[in-house]
Design a protein around this ligand. Structure first.
Ligand SMILES: Cc1cc2nc3c(=O)[nH]c(=O)nc-3n(C[C@H](O)[C@H](O)[C@H](O)COP(=O)(O)OP(=O)(O)OC[C@H]3O[C@@H](n4cnc5c(N)ncnc54)[C@H](O)[C@@H]3O)c2cc1C
Length: 412
């Protein structure tokens, strides 16, 4: 692993920093404001950087993507739109879609002229995604889709969705799944927003009733959807690794500032040995995260595919963020909930989604989300157990436990 930035990377970082200084927007009030900011980032070449040049990308190295993401976090720059399309749905289409599909959809993903959602999870298929039941049945050249998806982020504003559906119920569950593009404006698509603990509703239930989808919307080959979904999942991480460590560090710095202002037993909270110990633990974990991130990035930069260490990274950063926001709420006490009494500069910056702008509470509540999506913490632990530590597979471990229990019953 190489933890040093090259001269080229250092020059690139300076260029990105200068651009951000010159172009940082004021407060983005409306969706159109966000679209304009997105377009500016796109025109500057900072969106879809790793994508092939012929589809609007820059074929940039993962390290350069990470540098842009990190500089944006440092500057407190608002994020871009269409995150699912740009992060992994688009790359999946570039890998497995037809030329006609790429020409039709890919550029509009990057410019965010068309917004996309991911139609994977169902009420009975989350961690066990291959258990999905939404079906597609052929009707002439078209397909008729019936079923229900859930937790569809941005479902309410999306123009298109990429859906995993069952096209052959007679084979084993991982086979017989296909990957379709669904026009979210089609008759039979009903999107019902789900209210979240933060007060916002950023995801939805999607009911699909006799939705007619043209055959040309099938991505790749029939019944190869599970294989293609692995490409999508593989892209769910990557360029944002350093950004996360940096964003956490920024948040940590603000926590320290708060601890200088808030009093505990008549002293600044920062003087309290318990507060210092807890803050110290978080800081070590943030640095740890940064080095794990650099390890993955350095592999990606050499053109290697990171292995199961991405599960360690996902588990670490999501659980760390949760612990950190819990600690902030513990230190702030009632101030954390009612959001009064703190000088403006100590409040969190407005989040991109801005349901409760400027509050620590929002972040505390939202921090739970990442421990669930893209594979829950428990699922990451299974992956680490089985693929990093070489422990027996979950089912086999269960069977061994049952056998041991049965044996214990017999001898007792
Ligand atoms: C904010 C947010 C956004 C999301 N956006 C999308 C989206 O855009 N599109 C989409 O398709 N989905 C989306 N999801 C859904 C997400 O992928 C699922 O919630 C996730 O895969 C977990 O599935 P589940 O909710 O059905 O829980 P379940 O799989 O039912 O799990 C319930 C509990 O059991 C545990 N568990 C399950 N299996 C095992 C096991 N084998 N070993 C140990 N423990 C286990 C889990 O860890 C969890 O604690 C989103 C979720 C969230 C929170």
């Amino acid at each position: 692993m190489d933890l040093n930035f090259t001269a080229e990377d250092i020059a690139f970082r300076a260029k990105v920093r200068a651009w951000l200084q010159a172009n940082m927007p004021g407060k983005l009030q409306t969706f159109e404001d966000r679209r304009r900011w997105h377009r500016k980032l796109y025109d500057a070449g900072f969106i879809g950087m790793g994508w092939p040049v012929e589809y609007g990308g820059q074929a940039a190295r993962p390290m350069q993507q990470a540098i842009v993401a990190e500089e944006m976090a440092l500057a407190g720059a608002p994020g871009y739109l269409n995150g699912l399309a740009i992060g992994f749905l688009g790359p999946t289409l570039v890998h497995h879609g037809s030329e006609a599909q790429k020409q039709r959809y890919v550029r509009n993903m990057l410019t965010a002229d068309e917004l996309w959602c991911q139609l994977y999870s169902e009420p009975d298929a989350g961690s066990d995604l291959a258990g999905l039941k939404t079906s597609a049945v052929r009707d002439g050249d078209d397909w008729i889709i019936n079923g229900q998806k859930v937790w569809t982020s941005q479902g309410m504003v999306s123009d298109f969705g990429m859906a995993l559906v069952r096209t052959d119920p007679t084979v084993s569950k991982h086979q017989g799944i296909s990957y379709f593009i669904i026009d979210m404006k089609s008759p039979g698509v009903e999107v019902r927003p789900l209210k979240q603990i933060t007060g916002g509703a950023e995801f939805a239930e999607v009911f699909l009733t006799n939705v007619r989808v043209p055959g040309e919307n099938l991505i790749g080959e029939l019944n190869k959807g599970w294989q293609y979904a692995q490409t999508t999942l593989g892209y769910e991480r990557g360029g944002s690794i350093l950004q996360r460590a940096t964003a956490f560090r920024q948040q940590f710095n603000r926590t320290v500032e708060v601890c200088k202002t808030l009093k505990r037993n008549g002293q600044p909270a920062l003087e309290d040995p318990l507060v210092r110990q807890k803050l110290g633990t978080i800081l070590v974990e943030i640095e740890n995260l940064r080095y794990t991130g650099l390890r993955i990035l350095s592999k990606l930069d050499r053109g290697e595919r990171p292995g199961p260490e991405t599960a360690v990274d996902k588990l670490n950063y999501t659980e760390l963020h949760k612990r950190h926001t819990e600690l902030i709420m513990e230190i702030l006490g009632p101030y954390g909930y009612v959001d009064v009494g703190l000088p403006d500069e100590l409040k969190l910056k407005e989040t991109a989604d801005a349901y409760e702008p400027g509050t620590w509470t929002w972040d505390f509540l939202y921090a739970k989300a990442a421990t669930i999506y893209a594979g829950t913490s428990q699922v990451q632990k299974n992956i680490i157990g089985e693929r990093v530590l070489g422990l027996p597979k979950e089912e086999r471990a269960d069977r061994a436990r049952l056998r041991a229990a049965a044996g214990a019953t017999r001898t007792s």
